[in-house]
Design a protein around this ligand. Structure first.
Ligand code: NI
Length: 253
């Protein structure tokens, strides 16, 4: 159930028995010469909708621009600064918490979001502490709980990826994520030369340094291995893994 396709009385009814919401969070950033710029938001959203459908849980609107400062030497990338993103996540969660949503399960499609999103969670919790000044968020409601789950890190996806892509998965513009978008959007499959076939891995600093080290945007990945069929398998593995993680989070005392 997508929140955006509900009317408010349905949300009111949902909140009589449920307090969970799934929040897909991604990015709008380059994914190499063949990967879609929306990859991280599109994959997070598809996995979130799969988990929402399987568990009868509301799915909030995707946060589709994330923390992508390091990708901004490639045209088309859009980024929030960490400070903007923290404020955005706080407002998103605090508004919903005001209606009674209690557990926020973020399904993430982008590694660059992790630090900022976790910082946002602590800004939210800080609003519920005795030292939070005016304590505008404080009320009789218990504080909300937020967690971030990276779909590509669950065992189900790791095992499927190892099986199909071995050491050519890499860490950015990976065949797993590219394949997932090609499964969902086959009309947008792209071909382009990938040279070298397997680019370097390693760390980086800012945007200029990233571009200098990873000329076509990929990090250690060979997305020429991506196909829609493999994308289906990765998608199903991600949904399975995220359902398990969601259930654990939702049931925790
Ligand atoms: Ni990505």
């Amino acid at each position: 159930m997508r929140l955006q396709l509900c009317a408010w009385p349905e949300v009111e009814e949902y909140l009589k028995t449920r307090g969970e919401i799934i929040v897909p969070i991604g990015s709008t950033e380059q994914h190499g010469p063949t990967g879609l710029i929306g990859t991280d938001a599109l994959t997070a959203e598809m996995v979130a909708e799969g988990v929402g459908a399987a568990t009868g849980t509301l799915v909030g609107p995707v946060i589709n621009v994330g923390m992508a400062v390091h990708h901004t030497q490639f045209p088309g990338t859009i980024t929030l600064r960490p400070s903007t993103m923290i404020a955005y996540i706080q407002d998103y969660v605090n508004t919903l918490a005001g209606y009674g949503f209690q557990r926020f399960f973020f399904i993430n499609g982008h590694g660059g979001n992790v630090a900022t999103t976790n910082a946002a969670f602590y800004e939210i919790y800080a609003g519920y502490t005795a030292t939070a000044g005016a304590g505008a968020q404080r009320s009789n409601r218990p504080e909300p709980r937020c967690t971030l789950a990276n779909w590509w890190e669950c065992d189900e996806v790791k095992s499927a990826s190892r099986d199909m892509f071995g050491g050519r998965e890499g860490s950015h513009a990976t065949p797993s994520e590219v394949a997932m978008t090609w499964y969902k959007f086959p009309e947008h499959i792209k071909t382009a030369p990938l040279d070298p076939p397997l680019p370097p891995s390693g760390r980086f600093f800012g945007a200029a340094d990233y571009r200098r080290r990873f000329a076509d945007g990929r990090i250690g990945s060979d997305p020429s291995l991506a196909t829609p069929e493999k994308g289906k398998r990765i998608y199903e593995a991600a949904v399975e893994g995220m359902i398990a993680a969601f259930k654990t989070f939702a049931a925790a005392a």
